[in-house]
Design a protein around this ligand. Structure first.
Ligand code: FES
Length: 216
C-alpha cells in the first residue's frame, strides 16, 4: 500500500485477496474515495498533511485527470457512465466527478485529489478565459480546497463562487478560481473540458497541482 494511504482512518477495501470482481472492486474504490472525503470534512486532523500534497501513483486508478478521459459522477454506483453536458444542471451546486479512462475501463478513483467539480453556466455569461476551457458552458475545478484539503462543495450563485465549508474560503469561478475570502492560500486548480458527441472529455491537465498548499 502506498505510504500516502497508511494514515487514512477509513479502511480501504481489500483488493489483494481476489474476493471481488473488477466491477465490484471499482464500486468499492468509488465508495472509498467518497468516504475519505467525508472524513476530511468531519475531522481533518485524522489525515496527515502530507496526504493532501500527495504525488500521483503509477497505476491508472491513481493517475491525475488525463487528456481524453471521460468523467463519471462520483456518487453513482454501477458501471461507469460518461457524463454529458446535459447531465450538468445550470447555475446549480456542482456535480462531483471522477476521471474515467475508457481504454482501460478505469475510473481514476485512487486519490481524492482526482475529484472534480463540474459547473454549468450560460455560455454568454462566461468570460473569455473560462469560456475557452469550458464545454458548452460546463467547466471544471479541483474539488480539493487549497487550504487544508477539505472538499469544496457549495455553489454561491450571488457571488459566482465556490465555497469550502471547513473555514469558509471562497473561490471566484469567473476569475480562474481566485480566492475572494477565507484562509485558502492559492487559487483552486482547474482543467479544460471539451464536448464530444455531447460527452464531457478532459482537454488538458490541471493548471497547477491540486491539494492543500504548504505555506512558506
Ligand atoms: S480547508 Fe477549505 S477553507 Fe480550510
Amino acid at each position: 500500500m502506498a505510504q500516502k494511504e497508511k494514515d487514512i482512518v477509513v479502511a480501504r477495501p481489500s483488493e489483494s485477496a481476489g474476493a471481488c470482481t473488477a466491477h465490484s472492486c471499482d464500486i468499492s474504490r468509488r465508495t472509498f474515495v467518497r468516504a475519505a472525503g467525508s472524513v476530511l470534512i468531519g475531522s481533518s486532523s485524522l489525515l496527515r498533511l502530507s496526504d493532501l500534497h500527495a504525488d500521483e501513483g503509477t497505476n491508472a486508478h491513481d493517475q491525475r485527470p488525463t487528456i481524453g478521459d471521460r468523467l463519471v459522477n462520483a456518487a453513482t454506483e454501477g458501471a461507469p457512465t460518461p457524463l454529458k453536458v446535459s447531465d450538468i444542471p445550470e447555475n446549480s451546486n456542482p456535480i462531483i466527478a471522477l476521471p474515467y479512462d475508457t481504454a482501460s475501463n478505469t475510473v481514476r478513483d485512487g486519490s481524492r485529489l482526482n475529484k472534480l467539480l463540474l459547473l454549468r453556466l450560460p455560455v454568454e455569461s462566461l468570460d473569455a478565459e473560462t469560456r475557452a476551457r469550458a464545454a458548452d458552458g460546463v467547466f471544471a475545478y479541483s474539488a480539493t480546497c487549497t487550504h487544508q484539503g477539505c472538499e469544496v462543495s457549495q455553489w454561491l450563485p450571488a457571488d459566482q463562487a465556490l465555497m469550502c465549508f471547513c473555514h469558509f474560503s471562497k473561490f471566484d469561478v469567473r476569475a480562474a478560481g481566485s480566492v475572494t475570502a477565507g484562509p485558502a492560500p492559492s487559487n483552486l486548480p482547474y482543467l479544460s473540458l471539451r464536448s464530444e458527441g455531447g460527452e464531457l472529455v478532459i482537454a488538458s491537465a490541471f493548471n497547477t497541482k491540486p491539494g492543500a498548499k504548504r505555506s512558506g
